[in-house]
Design a protein around this ligand. Structure first.
Ligand code: 6R9
Length: 659
């Protein structure tokens, strides 16, 4: 990196761990944390070997922990065999967990259904037997395109049981995206639902599958299995289409888990790269499972008495690791929610935490920010109106959480008695990488704090050399870890190029900018391509956003750069105010006030050249702000890119109206 990223975000608040969470924690106190880190550093193989033996049930023990001979195509526990579904379900059968509630499902309209571990095991076995009866086998690929449901978990687990590699496509994606993924994985099976229900509206899924398959290229698909969610009308292709309940009917409630090689792909999950088509991130059975389970135990310090709620959709990696696999492998009771946080009102999350006595709550900054805004305008649904006393840990994932949002979450949801865990990780990392531990790590709002034991994170320059404390650079991971991406499906070259560029000495390149403070804490500064260079000063977009959001009038902000003749790049800020959309002189006045505010908060170099107001920001359906599109708008150009994955495409027009 030619110029260092200048970080001028100053956050001095430190929150020590709560004593009641330190006592009895899986990793209790910083000394225990350091001891584990030392164990991993001294002998990584022995460390991972111990954990893989202690935490996983093997059908055939491995003899080699890590094979680096074809790096970066690492192989973990390569000659061992196990079954992921057996590790999530069968493992609990002869224990008290068998009769414990595994899933508490709450539908969009508030109906609650629960299923025990024993019952979930039976449902997974019946469905796996059904898939076998349809002729589907180990190694085939299945597309799963389902709403949040017990059935979605059953479908994923049944695939894992048979060694059918699943690729879950988020239910909000278009038929075109679905078709592209089905073609790329060479799917032979699609598992879907008639419709999904969100915010009181039924949205067809089966029809989108029909459309996708009609586009061609998916001739290998032999069956479309359909979960009847609403009973809405569907077209039916005899011979190809099968109801999920028919597939499971009269099947035995026992299905031998297939002993799979540790490196057998468990799933492929598509994620956007900075350019080009989405990448099919491939994860391996044993390593992924180990990391999912360990991070549930370490980060969430899971207890048998927990009621765990991760609000993600199974269409994203967070739903894979922290709904379908990790919490089940840990034997937890968890909430699965079909709907959205704003229906029937903006108090839905808080009401559900109260109703189900949730102890660990894990959500995304975008949800926190929008609920902050909502709570201001609808005080009757403010979290303070609910009994959130069951909570002991609250977490965040998906984007940097700015100190303002962090403090709101900490104060209003955690009631100053729950740590906020800002967990940094990616689809590619399989599970948490840099995160606080509830019983050990002192917290700083806006920092994801320190790497987990076994994870050697560093901030490096373009030659792979570590940069000094307080200096910005590329976030990199120096040693392989079991939960890491194995390859990009069908594109090993792209895997090498994207994540292990030769100049980085074999380190895994995360694609995020970061810096470490004097305590060694990590501060994520957004994607590398979100770094702005103004007059030779590099600034993380996140810092400017944090400053804007810290202003009392601002609900949400996104900052991008635009080429500028004098300064190289200029900062353009897109701002959502807590009040209604301003116009004319009012807008000019607020823009000036915010510019001055940023100048005061960070320094004149960070002053946005242009501030645009909108009622919202363009977001993907997983809630990530599409800065790529904002960059186009900032340049005054027309968006010609595909906007089909946007939650709210109309917002682009509003933001394009230069003010
Ligand atoms: C789990 C997930 C990964 C990208 C990642 C980073 C951003 C995620 C973050 C965070 C700052 C955090 N990100 N968690 N940035 N602090 N706690 O979100 O996976 O969808 O692959 O996104 O999200 O930019 O590189 P994925």
């Amino acid at each position: 990196m030619s110029t260092e990223i200048e970080s001028v975000l100053i956050e001095n608040r430190v929150f020590q761990p709560f004593q009641n969470l330190v006592e009895g924690a899986a990793i209790s106190g910083m000394q225990a944390y350091e001891a584990l880190c030392d164990e991993a550093r001294k002998s990584p193989d022995a460390f991972w070997d111990r954990l893989a033996r202690e935490n996983l049930v093997w059908q055939k023990p491995y003899t080699k922990v890590l094979d680096e001979s074809e790096a970066p195509f690492y192989r973990w526990f390569g000659d061992g065999q196990l079954n992921v579904s057996a590790n999530c379900l069968d493992k609990h059968l002869n224990t008290p967990t068998a009769n414990k509630t595994a899933l508490i499902f709450e539908s969009d309209d508030g109906k609650v259904m629960t299923v025990t571990y024993k019952a979930l095991h039976a449902r997974v076995c019946e469905f796996a037997n059904g898939l076998k009866a349809l002729g589907h086998k180990t190694g085939e690929r299945a597309i799963i395109y389902m709403p949040m449901s017990i059935e979605a978990v059953v479908a994923m687990q049944a695939c894992a049981r048979l060694g059918i590699i699943h690729s879950v496509v988020f239910g909000g994606f278009s038929s075109k995206s679905l078709q592209e993924r089905a073609v790329d994985v060479g799917a032979t099976l699609v598992i879907t639902a008639d419709e999904q229900v969100r915010g009181g509206k039924a949205i067809p899924l089966k029809a989108a599958v029909d459309e996708a398959l009609a586009m061609g290229g998916c001739e290998a698909v032999r069956h479309v299995v359909v979960y009847k969610r609403t009973g809405g009308a569907v077209q039916w292709q005899e011979g190809r289409d099968v109801w999920m309940h028919d597939a499971s009917a009269n099947q035995p409630a026992e299905c031998e888990p297939v002993a799979l090689d540790a490196e057998h792909p468990l799933f492929i999950l598509y994620t956007s790269g900075s350019t080009g088509k989405p990448k099919g991130v491939q994860h391996a059975a044993a390593g992924f499972l180990l990391w999912a389970l360990l991070t549930v135990k370490w980060t969430f310090d899971s207890k048998d008495s927990d009621v765990f709620w991760c609000t993600a959709d199974v269409g994203w990696v967070t739903g894979h690791t922290y709904i379908t696999y990790g919490p089940l492998a840990a034997g937890l009771t968890q909430v699965v929610f079909e709907g959205i946080p704003t229906y029937p009102n903006v108090g839905r999350f808080w009401e559900m935490i109260q109703r189900h006595k949730v102890t660990v709550f894990y959500t995304a900054p975008t949800a926190i920010r929008s609920l902050t805004k909502a709570a201001e305008s609808a005080p009757e649904y403010h979290p303070r109106e609910y009994d959130l006393g069951s909570l002991r840990i609250i977490g965040s994932v998906g984007e940097p959480i700015n100190p303002e949002a962090w403090m709101w979450y900490y104060t209003n949801v955690g009631r100053e008695r729950c740590p906020v865990l800002d967990t940094w990780w990616q689809t590619e990392t399989g599970g948490h990488m840099i995160t606080p531990l509830p019983g050990a790590t002192p917290l700083k709002p806006g920092s994801c704090t320190l790497p987990l034991p076994g994870i050697e994170a560093a901030v490096v320059d373009e030659s792979g050399a570590e940069v000094g404390r307080g200096k910005g650079g590329f976030l990199a991971i120096k040693r392989p870890w079991p939960g890491m991406i194995r390859t990009i499906w069908n594109d090993p070259e792209r895997f090498k190029k994207s994540y292990f560029p030769p100049e980085l000495k074999g380190y895994y390149l995360a694609g995020d900018g970061a810096q470490r403070d004097t305590d060694g804490y990590f501060w994520i500064m957004g994607r590398i391509d979100d770094v702005i260079n103004v007059s030779g000063h590099r600034l993380g977009t996140m810092e400017v956003e944090s400053a804007l959001v810290a202003h009392e009038t601002v609900a949400e902000a996104a900052v991008v750069s635009r080429p500028d003749a004098t300064t190289g790049e200029a900062i353009v800020a897109f701002v959502v105010l807590k009040q209604t959309l301003p116009a004319g002189e009012d807008a000019d006045r607020i823009a000036k006030m915010l510019r001055d505010w940023v100048a005061k908060e960070i320094g004149p170099i960070a002053k946005p050249k242009d501030i645009r107001f909108g009622e919202n920001l363009p977001k993907t359906r997983s809630g990530k702000i599409m800065r790529r599109l904002l960059r186009v708008v900032a340049k005054g150009e027309t968006v010609t890119q595909d906007v089909s994955t946007l939650e709210n495409p109309a917002i682009l027009d509003q933001l394009s109206q230069a003010h």
